[in-house]
Design a protein around this ligand. Structure first.
Ligand code: ZN
Length: 67
């Protein structure tokens, strides 16, 4: 028996439990979601200085036309 990493519930660590070491599919998804969220927070937005988006001209200030 092992503790589920997501909810700490005791679950059987056997080949019969396809979600091991988690107790259920839900807990596995929770853990994967937390892991992915952590990666997104750490990685943030990818900044590539050679990205073509960097050369895209920005639209002028809208206030200029209003006057
Ligand atoms: Zn669980």
């Amino acid at each position: 028996m092992v503790g589920c990493p997501a909810c700490s519930r005791k679950t059987e660590f056997t080949s019969a439990n396809r979600w091991r070491p988690f107790c259920s599919e839900r807990c596995k998804m929770i853990d994967l979601g937390a892991w992915a969220a952590g990666r997104y927070v750490i990685g943030g937005e990818p900044v590539d200085p050679e990205s073509p988006a960097a050369e895209t001209p920005r639209p002028g200030p809208p206030a200029d036309d209003a006057r």
